[in-house]
Design a protein around this ligand. Structure first.
Ligand code: 2NE
Length: 270
């Protein structure tokens, strides 16, 4: 399989293959921990994934066979957040969570090793998770002076239930891929050597499905948890579909032609 580079970055690889975009956190020396610049790059890559018509599915993974992502880079954690090269503290991984949720295309976490701390949250916010047998899952916040009480807790609880979510956060233990699958936060576990094949296979199946149907399902499942913000995304897509109907064109045409719109001819579905 030949992945083509979409755009070169410092901290990530951003590649394309037959409708699939792959974002790889490329900092193996720190087990793919992210720093502010890593998230800025991933945000740009996600924007490209949103705009490009030929990208149907996004895969998020980490370089090497040790880690998917070990969370925030502890070397740059300072007062107020993770300190960027500009000296400013940020917690911009939260912007990435929002971007993954908003993207009207499926995002799959391809977990190839440790998914720990903020790295665990990243897989939690993805739509699907496929993990290799060597993957390890867990939160560390209360051990290292951090927490994610947002999607990292509330959405995790939707996957594994309240008791397990509290156990994961309060005890900061590590869980095997098999345990994560049993808990309901991983869709499938495969040997490391077949991880990418399996992930690409899932992508290909989804690409045979209706993109609009997948989009609306993602919006609806998000809306349940995302309140007014989720309804806004859902409603935005309803408007998109309305704009595809002649009924919406009639309103605009009447305005431009300086006449009253004739909506009577359109069906009133039961
Ligand atoms: C991932 C884990 C469990 C792996 O353990 P092990 O023993 O297999 O490897 P080791 O030796 O700990 O790590 C390998 C190298 O990666 C670096 C280590 O320092 C080490 O470097 P060298 O000594 O070889 O030079 N490394 C690993 N994780 C790093 C990190 N996050 N930042 C910088 N360097 C890192 C073990 O490494 C581990 O527990 N890592 C720390 C996980 C962690 O606590 N992450 C931060 C959680 S807080 C967070 O991410 C967060 C949040 O809670 C809320 C919002 C945003 C972020």
């Amino acid at each position: 399989r030949k992945w083509e580079t979409i755009k070169s970055f410092n901290d990530i690889k951003f590649e394309f293959f037959e409708g699939i975009a792959k974002i790889t956190i490329n900092r193996p020396e720190v087990y793919n921990a992210f720093r502010p610049e890593t998230n800025i790059e991933m945000l740009e890559a996600m924007d490209i994934c949103r705009e490009r018509q030929d990208i149907c599915v996004v895969v998020l993974t980490g370089e090497g066979d040790k880690a998917f992502c070990s969370g925030g880079d502890q070397n740059v954690k300072g007062s107020g957040g993770y300190i960027g090269e500009d000296g400013v503290p940020r917690l911009n991984v939260l912007d990435l969570h929002k971007r993954i949720r908003e993207l009207p295309k499926p995002v799959i976490a391809m977990v190839n090793g440790y998914a720990i701390g903020g790295g665990h949250v990243l897989h939690v916010v993805c739509d699907l998770t496929i993990a290799s047998e060597n993957a390890r899952f867990g939160q560390t916040g209360p051990k290292v002076g951090s927490f994610d009480a947002g999607f990292g807790s509330s959405y995790l609880a939707r996957h594994v239930g309240q008791k397990k979510a509290r156990e994961i956060w309060f005890l900061c233990k590590q869980y095997t891929a098999a345990e994560a699958e049993t808990m309901g936060m991983v869709n499938k576990v495969v040997p490391l050597e077949s991880l990418e094949d399996e992930t690409v296979e899932w992508c290909k199946i989804m690409m045979q499905r209706s993109p609009m149907a997948l989009r609306m399902i993602k919006r609806g499942l998000n809306a349940e948890l995302d309140g007014q913000r989720g309804l806004m995304e859902f409603a935005g897509d309803a408007t998109l579909m309305f704009y595809l109907m002649e009924e919406a064109q009639e309103g605009k045409n009447a305005f431009l032609e300086k006449r009253d719109p004739d909506f009577k001819k359109y069906p009133k579905f039961p």
